[in-house]
Design a protein around this ligand. Structure first.
Ligand code: AMP
Ligand code: GLY
Length: 423
């Protein structure tokens, strides 16, 4: 296979790392990729917002499989573009079309879908500028805290959890008046669920599915889950409370009805479904769907997959995922994200990174790095994701933090408690 991975983060680096080991791989490309993927693949410096640029890259390099990392191209219809273009029709496309991508692209669509197919989720209603007073009444009928979600994609910032009802009503008006642009033309207000979160990942061809290792991410910037929300400061897999009993509830109450629901809606879905779940006293509830893998969850999930992911993708393209069996290591994967000081708020970039070459052979995935005058430098908030695979969480943590100590750059910051809560 000649495979093109779209994206440039740690998630794409981890997928590239895994695919590069497959005997079924002929040549790997990443667009645009990053300094981490450059040693595994040919990086193609194209604008991934341009479908025509992606098409040229595919045709020029005789690519026959495209794997999409981030959600934006999927929500914007890259999958439909491939399906409808004569010269691209035969390319295996790992990711849903725009209809399926609405599971992530529209909170209202996702909630309506779950309601229709009796998939457990928090009670909700959705509102627009014309129904503000009704929204106020709905807020008054709920108990604090109040959960407000901008309907569309808002760069991970569109969910607000507010303790005070007056504040919730003020924030509702701000979102509806454009704080998140058109993503906030509608707002979903939902009941607050309390419990422990985890993420479950499914690969489906629309009928059959494989359940990938589950993971838990660490969203807050600082130790003890303090500080601002981030894209993710670390991840662990497996998640100890996700035992066989819990996972069988996830499968029967959520995964199967989701895939059957997609079929009933005539949505041809070939790709990942990332299900954000809350474990409420042993029962799983869906917080959100994403139509891609998570970052940094992928950096913990992929190292535990022992079977050939590329073989799974080929079967997915043929609609024959039933012939594949996923093999998962029972070792613990722990991922630490090293960030730029100040992230997720303002931070400086362009600082030289040292120590990376000492970690050759380790699972070091680049997120926000670039090469400037031959030197590896920081270029984003999340800079490097480092993963250790070990027989226990404690030994994994020791190994991870000893590796992390070898990396340095100006303003380096990372949490020191990844995995500590599940010891
Ligand atoms: P999302 O952007 O949908 O991932 O939501 C961000 C975070 O908000 C989630 O990871 C949860 O921690 C939290 N959250 C979302 N919906 C709810 C809910 N109904 N109850 C409690 N927490 C929620
Ligand atoms: N780490 C959360 C996400 O990828 O959405």
């Amino acid at each position: 296979m000649r495979v093109l991975i779209i994206g440039s983060g740690g998630r794409e680096n981890a997928i590239a790392w895994k695919i590069s080991k497959s005997p079924l791989l002929e040549k790997l490309f990443c667009a645009p990729g990053n300094p981490g993927t450059s040693s595994l693949a040919v990086n193609l410096n194209i604008d991934i917002k341009s479908f025509d640029a992606i098409k040229s890259a595919v045709l020029d390099n005789s690519v026959n499989m495209v794997i999409v990392g981030p959600e934006e191209p999927l929500v914007n219809g890259l999958g439909d573009f491939f399906k409808n273009d004569e010269s691209l029709k035969k390319v295996v496309f790992v990711g849903p079309g725009s209809e399926g991508a609405r599971l992530e692209g529209s909170k209202e669509f996702a909630k309506d879908f779950m309601f229709k197919y009796a998939i457990p989720t928090a009670g909700y209603k959705s509102f627009n500028r014309e129904s503000i007073e009704e929204a106020d009444r709905y807020i008054d009928s709920l108990k604090a805290p109040y959960v407000l979600k901008a309907d569309g994609l808002a760069a991970g910032k569109g969910v607000l959890i507010i303790d005070d009802s007056l504040q919730a009503k003020r924030e509702l008006r701000e979102i509806l008046s454009g704080r998140f642009g058109s993503a906030g033309d509608k707002v979903v207000i939902e009941e607050f669920l309390s419990g422990i979160e985890l993420s479950v990942f499914v690969l489906t061809d629309g009928k059959n599915y494989l359940i990938l290792p589950e993971a838990k991410d660490y969203k807050r910037a600082c130790d003890g889950d303090k500080g601002l929300n981030t894209g993710g400061m670390g991840a662990v897999s497996p998640v100890p409370f996700a035992d066989a009993d819990f996972m069988s509830k996830v499968e029967s109450r959520i995964i199967i009805p989701t895939i059957e629901g997609l079929q009933k809606e005539s949505i041809d879905y070939k790709g990942f479904i990332f299900i954000g779940l809350m474990n409420c006293n042993g029962d799983p509830f869906v917080i959100e769907y994403n139509v891609r893998m998570g970052d940094p969850e992928t950096e913990a999930v992929v190292p535990r997959i022992e079977s050939d992911l590329l073989s799974h993708f080929i079967a997915l393209g043929e609609g024959k995922l039933e012939r594949e069996k996923i093999e998962i290591s029972d070792r613990f994967a722990i991922t630490l994200v090293m960030v730029s000081g100040g992230y997720p708020q303002n931070f400086e970039k362009g600082f030289e990174i040292s120590g990376v070459s000492e970690l050759t052979g380790e699972m070091l995935f680049h997120s926000g790095t670039s090469i400037k005058e031959g030197q590896l430098v920081t270029s984003g908030g999340r800079v490097i994701a480092l993963t250790a695979l070990a027989d226990g969480i404690q030994s994994g943590r020791e190994r991870l933090y000893s590796l992390a100590g070898k990396i340095s750059y100006n303003g380096i910051f990372y949490r020191s408690d990844i995995g500590l809560d599940i010891l």
